[in-house]
Design a protein around this ligand. Structure first.
Ligand SMILES: [Cu+2]
Length: 294
């Protein structure tokens, strides 16, 4: 009986630890990330905190279990031929180790759903909206709230010799609306710790939208993460996160007629992608014809 209640107390203590740790901000350093990559968005931070909390919870359970195993091995090692005291059907103990895992799973589930809701959250009025159009085999990024000299919204489109650069502002809520012109692609920026399948015809604003707030300026590679045909591997792009002021200046430069490179250079950024380069095209006639046709 005494042991059973002690176990229950330990489980409760562990749970309390998880609750406390998940509730507050986790330290963000190499050790406390437990191998989790460093994301650059607000949403990635939420995910990292969930991971840190989960690992700590798992370690608490782990140390408890390892401790109990070690204790049993040492304390109950064979000392003679006499059978030790038999303690089967210890009801309090059995109830404790049935309820404790349930509480732990319920807590993990709760925090997972909470973070998932934050990651998939859509605001009423995002600060910026950017349309992402995927096609075999490249990307087009459209800024629908802008107007270029030709009266059309400003856009950047990649070619086989030019990596498209998706310029985004930091510290603003950005809504990405993804669409595909042909097959299923997947919009993936590893540093966002997020990807979204781009499914053709799926443009109802329900399953083709996500939002992020980028917190760190810099250049980050983006990729297609869904095998979409011969030149799938060529579908790389670059996210260029700049300050809000630079972003506004960039869009203004684009609206005045500058190209992506020129406008980037006008705000002191590199006009070319820095995180990836175009892959050489394979010399294969049938493949090239297929590309021209598709
Ligand atoms: Cu693709």
């Amino acid at each position: 009986m005494a042991r059973g209640s002690r176990l229950a107390r330990l489980a409760a203590l562990g749970l309390l630890g998880v609750l406390t740790l998940s509730g507050c901000d986790m330290p963000n350093n190499e050790f406390w990330r437990f191998g989790w990559p460093e994301g650059i968005t607000e949403q990635a931070t939420e995910m990292r905190q969930l991971w840190t909390g989960s690992v700590i919870a798992a370690l608490i359970v782990g140390f408890l279990v390892w401790g109990l195993i070690l204790y049993s091995v040492v304390a109950h090692r064979k000392r003679g031929d006499e059978l030790p005291r038999q303690t089967a059907y210890n009801l309090p103990l059995e109830i404790a180790y049935t309820i404790a895992p349930f509480i732990i799973i319920a807590a993990l589930f709760f925090f997972t759903v909470t973070v998932q809701n934050k990651v998939q959250d859509r605001s009423e009025n995002p600060d910026e909206t950017i349309a992402v159009n995927a096609f075999k085999w490249n990307w087009q990024f459209v800024y629908p709230d802008t107007q270029g000299p030709d009266g059309e919204p400003v856009n950047t489109v990649g070619t086989s010799s030019d990596i498209p650069i998706l310029v985004v502002p930091t510290d603003r809520k950005i809504r990405f609306e993804v669409a595909s012109a042909d097959v299923i692609h997947s919009f993936w920026v590893p540093e966002f710790l997020f990807k979204l399948d781009v499914i053709p015809g799926n443009e109802n604003g329900r399953d083709n939208v996500f939002e992020v707030t980028v917190r760190k300026e810099g250049a980050y590679v983006g990729r297609c993460a869904e095998l979409c045909g011969t030149y799938h591997a060529y579908m790389n792009f670059e996210v260029r996160a700049v300050s809000g002021d630079d972003y506004d200046a960039y869009l203004q430069a684009r609206e005045s007629g500058m190209g992506t490179s020129e406008a980037l250079e006008s705000i002191g950024q590199s006009g070319k992608a820095t995180t990836t380069t175009p892959l050489p095209l394979v010399e294969n006639k049938s493949v090239n014809q297929q590309q021209a046709g598709g």
